[in-house]
Design a protein around this ligand. Structure first.
Ligand SMILES: Nc1nc2c(c(=O)[nH]1)N[C@H]1C(S)=C(S)[C@@H](COP(=O)(O)O)O[C@H]1N2
Ligand SMILES: [Mo]
Length: 516
């Protein structure tokens, strides 16, 4: 056998592996469209990575599963799969059937990941099994067409049947085209957002019995470059573990309330929006927000007081945790006391005058002032179980985060946005928050000089962030500016650094400016 032909066979085998796994994954997507989006082998493995991230590495364990993290995960997986698939093809060509066996093992991995989803049924195995079968068949056929490595180098017809020939290329091209078509159709069917989007446009939000007071101009300093007081929906930070956003409809939605209650109940969309509605501005914060970070935003929420629903069900003594579950199996444990102590804990249907955006929990989510999102803000919520902190743990608390997550007092510098500025009077401005306690003061310090009081914007409510500004006479050179807040209980923002794990970051936001 000539070296050139052997190399040709190897390249062909690598291509065969990639095509086989590609068409297998495409078939998996199509099959998942009939079973469940979460049964897709690719997304089930990705979701498994997300769920087990804390055991893979601390940096990756950050509770933020924002949009960029998801894209990075997909690209990483795609690159890895391509390499492994090429390897499988080459191994199959050299030592059949070991390549096929490895492909089968990955099918098994997909199956285990799919069956491990919170909402899994036995049918979740089907897409992975089909994907593996198609991939194995394809790699065997394509590699078979290349001839085996020890085929005697005859002349004539035998030569035409080894290495990459016309027939191989035609078959490979056909399989690639098939993979693209099947994969595209599968993805289209899977991302059945059309139904949800159409449903959402039909929703008419009820008028609140208790509307949110308007934002007085004095609460929003409206300085260029500073964060607006109310965050538009499109700019609102998004954090969740959902690799595929649950596509729910109001018709299909209901909330089951069970566990330690007197009357187990189920409430549907029509019952819910017939109840008296409250509208409030509440600032949500993610526990993963680093000091100075932007995983915090403020919106006007419309919903039913969660307490009204708990009262219907009748919470039994000893039930101190409301364990909520989303349509995709994410769980969250909220202290019952935080829901019943009179604060505006809402089962929300509207955000800034619109039905909830799909990625923010359509059709129904929770918002509880004063608690980080991971212990309070369940999106796509469908189940409430009354239980106790002694008996139950939720998604992030089984991964090393604290069971209780009150939001820590903090503050942030938002402007100037540019780190190169001109000497003279500079308006430094930012926000400070201590949800459900309120901000009493913000101090600013330049270059370890004395702390100086900043001017506070008017307070909207204790449940929202509060803007501040400070007129700084900037002199040429490098300067470091820090801010520190005091809450209405007289507590000062903690200055020493703590990482977000396990119960939220502490430390001071600092910005360095070069003034000329
Ligand atoms: N179903 C579901 N709800 C969830 C989460 C999630 O992963 N799944 N993440 C929570 C976290 S950690 C935060 S900080 C808030 C963020 O809400 P937002 O994406 O609307 O800003 O949602 C909470 N609700
Ligand atoms: Mo979060």
């Amino acid at each position: 056998m000539s070296g050139v032909r052997a190399r040709g066979q190897l390249v062909g085998a690598a291509l065969a592996g990639v095509l086989a796994v590609g068409v297998g994954l495409a078939v998996g997507e199509l099959a998942a469209a009939f079973v469940d989006p979460a049964a897709s082998p690719f997304f089930a493995v990705a979701a498994g990575v997300v769920d087990h991230a804390p055991t893979f590495g601390r940096e990756f364990a950050i509770g933020t599963f924002g949009t960029a993290d998801k894209a990075a995960l997909y690209v990483g997986m795609a690159v890895l799969i391509t390499f492994i698939a090429a390897g499988c093809g080459m191994v199959e060509q050299r030592r059949p059937p070991i390549g096929s066996v490895i492909v089968g093992a990955f099918g098994l991995l997909g199956m285990v990941a799919a069956l491990g989803r919170a909402e899994a049924r036995w049918t979740f195995a089907v897409p992975s099994v089909l994907a593996a079968a198609v991939a194995i068949l394809t790699v065997r056929v394509l590699v078979g067409m290349l001839g085996s490595a020890d085929t005697p180098d005859d002349d004539g017809e035998q030569t035409a049947r080894t290495g990459i020939d016309r027939r191989f290329l035609l078959t490979a091209g056909g399989i690639a085209a098939l993979a693209v078509v099947v994969g595209t159709v599968g993805r289209r069917m899977l991302a059945d957002t059309a139904r949800t989007v159409a449903d959402r446009t039909k929703v008419v939000l009820p008028t609140p019995r208790a509307p949110a007071p308007p934002v007085p101009p004095a609460a929003d300093l409206d300085l260029p470059g500073a964060t607006p007081f109310v965050t538009p929906n499109a700019d609102f930070y998004r954090i969740d573990t959902a690799l595929q956003v649950p596509n729910l409809t109001t018709d299909g939605w209901s909330l089951r309330i069970h566990g330690r209650v007197d009357n187990e109940t189920r409430i549907g969309w029509d019952d819910l929006i017939a109840m008296p509605m409250t509208e409030r501005l509440v600032t949500l914060t993610c526990v993963s927000n680093e000091v100075g970070g932007d995983l915090i935003d403020n919106a006007r929420w419309l919903g039913v007081p969660m307490k009204a629903l708990l009262d219907r069900a009748g919470v039994q003594p000893g039930a101190d945790m409301l364990l909520s579950t989303s349509a995709d199996g994410w769980t969250c444990g909220t202290p019952v006391s935080a829901v019943t102590d009179g604060r505006d804990a809402l089962l929300v249907v509207g955000m800034n005058g619109e039905p909830l955006p799909v990625e923010h929990g359509y059709p129904v989510r929770q918002v509880v002032p004063g608690l980080y999102g991971y212990v309070s803000a369940t999106k796509w919520v469908t189940d409430w179980e009354l239980t106790s902190f002694a008996d139950a743990k939720a998604y992030w608390t089984t991964r090393g985060w604290s069971a209780l997550g009150p939001i820590k007092l903090s503050s942030r510098i938002d402007r100037p946005t540019d780190s190169r500025i001109e000497a003279g009077e500079v308006i430094v401005a930012g926000t400070a928050w201590a949800q459900h306690t309120g901000i009493a003061a913000v101090d600013v310090r330049v270059d370890d000089g004395p702390w100086q009081r900043a001017d506070l914007a008017a307070e909207y409510s204790v449940d929202t962030w509060r803007q501040w500004r400070f007129a700084w006479d900037a002199t040429p050179g490098e300067h470091r500016v820090e801010c520190r807040a005091v809450d209405k209980d007289g507590r000062q923002q903690v200055e020493s650094y703590a990482s977000p794990i396990p119960d939220g970051a502490t430390g001071l936001d600092a910005r360095t400016f070069s003034v000329s």
